[in-house]
Design a protein around this ligand. Structure first.
Ligand code: ZN
Length: 104
């Protein structure tokens, strides 16, 4: 992730990175406190030092083929709230994407 951020910063001719925007799915297994701690550690010697992580959390979303609609999974249940059918079609929730960065 740091490499991707630094590469974008280089492309933008940046002096420093202030904000890093990420999209993280509920199933990506990311603990925010751990991520922030790790980010501070790996970025400390780079132009991204002191940058803030701005995280967009993506809920787990499944598709119900019965109702032909997507629904948000709650409490790790993949049961459709409308028909009660079990979905095995996970559409979102595993993301770990770099969206954009803000630089100066
Ligand atoms: Zn359904």
């Amino acid at each position: 992730m740091l490499d991707a951020v630094l590469e974008q910063a280089r492309k933008n001719d940046a002096k420093s990175v202030t904000v890093v925007k990420l999209r993280i799915g509920a199933l990506a297994g990311v603990v925010m406190e751990a991520l922030e701690f790790a980010w501070e550690a790996v970025s400390s010697d780079t132009i991204a030092a002191g940058s803030r992580l701005d995280v967009e959390h993506v809920p787990v979303t499944c598709y119900c083929s019965q109702c032909q609609r997507e629904f948000e999974s709650r409490a790790y249940s993949y049961r459709c709230p409308v028909c009660g059918g079990l979905s095995n079609d996970l559409r979102r929730g595993r993301e770990l994407d770099l969206i954009s960065i803000e630089v100066t």
